[in-house]
Design a protein around this ligand. Structure first.
Ligand SMILES: [Zn+2]
Length: 119
């Protein structure tokens, strides 16, 4: 699903994309100049690899995502939102893929290891 940046207005536009059982659903609204704010929810089941024992395990995603979409180079500084630079076209499937990758790159441990960490 692609939406050209120039089609984004101050009235929020809904979007919903899914990939491999993960759904990325929310809305995007024009903010100012070359910037738009995206607010979304990432949900569904994904497979992770435990960082302690290297076993694969499944977990349910339930993540709130807020992004600042910049059409072109973003020259400001934003400490509350992650900034994603795009080139005229907003590719929601690509955003979904990168959010899932970002989540996977965090530290994750399976339930067995979590229990051991507690002891
Ligand atoms: Zn583990």
């Amino acid at each position: 699903m692609n939406i050209p940046f120039r089609k984004i207005t101050s009235t929020p536009t809904d979007f919903s994309v899914s990939l491999d059982g993960v759904t990325f659903k929310g809305e995007i609204a024009f903010k100012e100049r070359n910037q738009a704010i995206l607010q979304a929810h990432l949900s569904g089941e994904i497979s992770l690899t435990c960082d302690r024992c290297a076993e694969d395990f499944a977990t349910m995603l339930d993540e709130k995502i807020a992004l600042l979409i910049a059409n072109g180079i973003y020259e400001g500084f934003n400490d509350t939102l992650d900034v994603v630079e795009i080139n005229e076209m907003i590719d929601f499937d690509e955003l979904l893929r990168s959010e899932v990758e970002m989540f996977k790159s965090d530290y994750h441990s399976c339930n067995d290891c979590k229990n051991q960490e507690r002891n």
